[in-house]
Ligand binder design. Structure first.
Ligand SMILES: [Fe+2]
Ligand SMILES: [Fe+2]
Length: 295
C-alpha cells in the first residue's frame, strides 16, 4: 500500500485510468495520511498548521515587480473585463491569478453548501471531501498573495458572471452518478490551466526572476493539491465514468475559459486549449509529481 511519504506517481499513471473498487478504501486511508503530512494539524476552524506557516513565509517574499503598475486601472479591469485592454501583460497575468481564485472560491462555497446536506459515499470519503474543500480556500489565499509584489490591493469581492454561476449551480445539484465525473473533469481542466499558467508566467516574468519565482511557487503548491484532488475523484468514478470524463473535459475547459475571459487575454487561445487532448500526468513538472499524491 502506498505510504504517505513515498511518491506514488509513476510514468504509467494517467488521469483516466480506473482504480479497482476493492482498493479504494485503502487508497483513501493512504491519501488521508498524505493530507496529514502535507497540511499538518487539520483544524477546520483554526486552519491547517503547515499551510498557515507556508503563507506566513510567502508573505515575507518582498521582491517588487519592476515596471509600471496602475492600481486604479487594475481595479477597473477587476470589475469590468472591457477594461483589460488598458493593462500590460504582467498586469493581465496578475488579474488572471486573482480571478481564477474568485471563481473557484465561489464554486467551492456553493458546491459545499449543497453537498453537506447529502449522504452518498462512505464516512471517510466525506471527511476527506471536507478537507479538500478547505484546501481550496488556501488556493484563494495563495493566489491573491501574489498582489504583494505589485503594490495593488483588490477592492471588493468579485462575483462570477451569470454563466459561470449557472455552470457551478448545475454542478452542485447534479446527482451523485454525474457529480464525480463532472467534478473530476473540472479538476483535470484546472490542472491543465494551472500547468499552462505556470509555463506562461515563466515567459511573462522572464526578466524578473524573484517575482517569477513567487508566482511559480504559488502555482506549484496548487498543482500539488490538485493532482491529489484528481486522484480522489477518480476513486469515485468507475471505468465507464472515466471514458465519459475524457470526452467531457474539453467542454468544461471551454466553459471555464469562456466565463473567465482573462485567460484568453493572457494567451490561452483555441490552439493552446487543444493541447488538453493528450495532456496527462507526465506533462507536469518533476517537483509536482514528486510531492503530489496520485494513484
Ligand atoms: Fe483549487
Ligand atoms: Fe481542486
Amino acid at each position: 500500500m502506498a505510504d504517505a511519504l513515498v511518491p506514488t506517481t509513476s510514468l504509467r499513471s494517467s488521469f483516466y485510468s480506473p482504480i479497482p473498487e476493492s482498493a479504494r478504501e485503502d487508497l483513501l486511508l493512504a491519501y488521508r495520511r498524505f493530507l496529514e503530512s502535507r497540511n499538518g494539524d487539520m483544524d477546520l476552524t483554526r486552519g491547517f498548521s503547515r499551510r498557515e506557516e507556508w503563507l506566513r513565509e510567502a508573505a515575507g517574499w518582498r521582491s517588487e515587480f519592476k515596471g509600471r503598475v496602475d492600481g486604479e486601472a487594475f481595479n477597473r479591469a477587476y470589475a469590468r473585463f472591457d477594461e483589460v485592454k488598458n493593462l500590460s501583460m504582467p498586469e493581465v497575468a496578475l488579474l488572471t491569478f486573482v480571478k481564477a481564485n474568485a471563481g473557484e472560491a465561489y464554486g467551492v462555497e456553493v458546491v459545499n453548501r449543497v453537498r453537506q446536506k447529502r449522504q452518498d459515499g462512505t464516512k471517510l470519503f466525506h471527511q476527506v471531501e471536507r478537507l479538500l474543500s478547505f484546501e481550496e480556500t488556501y488556493h484563494t489565499r495563495i493566489l491573491i498573495g501574489a498582489t504583494q509584489h505589485f503594490g495593488v490591493k483588490v477592492e471588493g469581492a468579485w462575483r462570477p458572471n451569470l454563466q459561470l454561476r449557472l455552470l457551478i449551480g448545475s454542478l452542485a445539484y447534479a446527482p451523485g452518478l454525474f457529480f464525480h465525473p463532472i467534478l473530476l473533469a473540472s479538476e483535470i481542466s484546472g490542472v491543465f490551466i494551472f500547468q499552462w499558467m505556470l509555463h506562461r508566467v515563466g515567459q511573462i516574468f522572464r526578466d524578473q526572476p524573484a517575482v517569477r519565482e513567487s508566482m511559480e511557487r504559488r502555482l506549484i503548491e496548487i498543482l500539488v493539491d490538485e493532482v491529489g484532488h484528481v486522484a480522489f475523484n477518480r476513486m469515485a468514478v468507475g471505468p465507464t465514468g472515466l471514458s465519459v470524463v475524457r470526452r467531457m473535459t474539453p467542454g468544461i475547459l471551454q466553459g471555464v475559459v469562456s466565463t473567465t475571459p482573462e485567460y484568453k487575454a493572457v494567451g490561452l487561445n483555441e490552439h493552446e486549449m487543444s493541447k488538453l487532448n493528450g495532456f496527462d500526468l507526465h506533462h507536469l513538472p518533476e517537483e509536482v509529481l514528486r510531492r503530489a499524491y496520485f494513484v
